[in-house]
Write a protein that binds this ligand. Structure first.
Ligand code: CTP
Length: 472
């Protein structure tokens, strides 16, 4: 081949990889050189190649090495002072470069599954075999990194063709059975790229789902798939697809995508957008909210079973538990009655995670009751503001005022906080006066509480503006 046409071909090969940021292209070229020095072929594989071919930016790099991938990963880590975690069992290593870039490096391998749904055992194999063990053709394309071959595509199973046709296709009939997480991955890619499941892949997916292999997945593995799916840009479509394929039963047999639940799920993107605009500093765990919306009509028993099935953390459990019918009761109390004081709103909402507040909003949005919705929005704004309110006096101050310690401290400080939230008390002097007011009654909790309520009622009567009005 003439030097000029060889050059042209090389440029063509590297054109896709050259779309990556310059520093990453430079790094990949150097890694390719290292491959030559160590006598092994190195490839970038999987999602990164797929995304590059789709013209999408990706920084999640998976490398495959025909040879000892772990030794290669150590050499790369040494050279670039990258952090390294090795997973010997899977012949994989994860590197974190000083600038934060993450990269997985693995030995090319074949996998065998002792039992369906269990983790595989791995054996070294060629790059072609390594690509064959993968989930879908679109994820089974490699790009060479060695000099001279840099950027050359290795596409043995028609991945590029499927990418162009917008098709999700497994490489072999046992794919879903080997690894049922691929059932969820298929939906994830189908919905993310607006692709379709090729007909025999869809049949195999249904078949694997009917064998209940998903039930054999451990809680963390199932949770990971569900949460990754719900973390997609448009989880609404993914949820509808799960429901359409009758896959929600793997979360719980009684979980239904009813018209009501669907309306709440559909309202969530708007609720999240409103929340993000109003309270950009209150970070919401989107994936949990979607799961909460999905189980929003479920009983506490069903929600508890979902939490158990997914082996949720304590924090996740707290969020999910706040999302069932309890949310309906709170919504009713907020929007059914006459105007509430900010402190009443505060008391109703204070124990709820922020995710449950977004869910309340989505629920109300799904009901198309404009007045109640604007009232709820106002309550949420009032509530978020009141979360920053504190009292000046603390338990120590009460002690210094010679009040006998006991449960009444909680009552006094709680009432003080309410009065602060409602704007009835605005200074330390007033706080002290408030405490002095009931000094005689403090030893008896009930009497103290009654006394303070009376005190607050007189103040409220003088300042009716402390109510949140129902009108906008
Ligand atoms: N893979 C697989 N089967 C799985 C998980 C992963 O075959 N159950 C392979 C695929 O080739 C996939 C690659 O491992 O492309 C990397 O997996 P992962 O990072 O989970 O997927 P990505 O394709 O990068 O997806 P995403 O864009 O969602 O990160």
């Amino acid at each position: 081949m003439r030097a000029s046409s060889l050059m042209a071909q090389k440029t063509r090969h590297s054109a896709k990889l050259d779309q990556l940021p310059v520093r990453i292209v430079g790094l990949l070229r150097e890694i390719g050189v290292l491959g030559d020095q160590r006598g092994c072929h190195v490839y970038v594989v999987g999602g990164a190649v797929r995304d590059l071919l789709l013209g999408q930016m990706t920084l999640d790099l998976d490398l495959a090495v025909e040879g000892d991938g772990i030794a290669f990963a150590r050499a790369v880590a040494d050279r670039y002072r990258a952090g390294l975690v090795v997973f010997e069992r899977f012949a994989t290593a994860r590197l974190v470069f000083p600038d934060g870039l993450k990269m997985d490096i693995a030995t090319t391998r074949r996998e065998s599954y002792a039992e369906p749904a269990f983790l595989p055992t791995v054996q070294r194999a060629s790059i072609e075999e390594d690509l064959y063990r993968r989930d879908f053709t679109i994820n089974a394309i490699a790009m060479h990194l060695n000099p001279g071959e840099f950027g050359r595509r290795l596409d043995v199973y028609g991945g590029r063709h499927d990418l162009r046709a917008g098709r999700i296709r497994v490489l072999h009939v046992g794919s879903f059975q080997d690894d049922p997480t691929r059932i969820f991955r298929a939906i994830r890619f189908e919905q993310r790229f607006r692709f379709h499941l090729e007909s025999s892949t869809l049949r195999l997916l249904r078949q694997a789902a009917s064998m209940n292999l998903i039930q054999q997945l451990s809680g963390p593995r199932l949770q990971n798939e569900i949460l990754v799916l719900f973390a997609e840009r448009d989880p609404v479509r993914a949820i509808a697809r799960l429901a359409g394929l009758k896959l929600l039963r793997f979360l719980h047999g009684r979980l239904r995508y009813t018209a009501d639940v669907k309306r709440v799920v559909l309202a969530l993107p708007k609720a999240l957008a409103w929340w993000g605009k109003q309270f950009p500093d209150v970070v919401i765990d989107r994936t949990s909210v979607y799961l909460m919306a999905l189980s929003s009509a479920s009983s506490p028993v069903v929600i508890a079973a979902i939490i158990k099935r997914l082996a949720c953390s304590r924090e996740q459990s707290r969020k999910l538990s706040a999302g069932g019918k309890q949310a309906d009761r709170i919504l009713k109390r907020l929007t059914d009655r006459g105007a509430l004081r900010p402190s009443q709103v505060y008391r109703l909402l204070v124990d709820l995670p922020s995710e449950a507040l977004v869910l309340l909003l989505a629920k109300q949005m799904s009901r198309q009751q404009a007045t109640r919705l604007s009232l709820l929005r106002r309550y949420l704004m009032v509530y978020e503001k009141s979360r920053a309110v504190t009292t000046v006096l603390t338990g120590k101050n009460l002690q210094a005022m010679r009040l006998k310690p006991g449960p009444q401290y909680g009552i006094i400080l709680g009432k003080l906080l309410d009065a602060r939230i409602d704007g009835l008390i605005t200074s330390e002097v007033e706080e002290r006066a408030f405490v002095q007011e009931g000094l005689g009654a403090w030893s008896d909790c009930r009497a103290a509480s009654r006394m303070l309520d009376k005190f607050l009622r007189t103040k409220t009567a003088k300042r009716p503006s402390s109510m949140v009005s129902r009108e906008g």
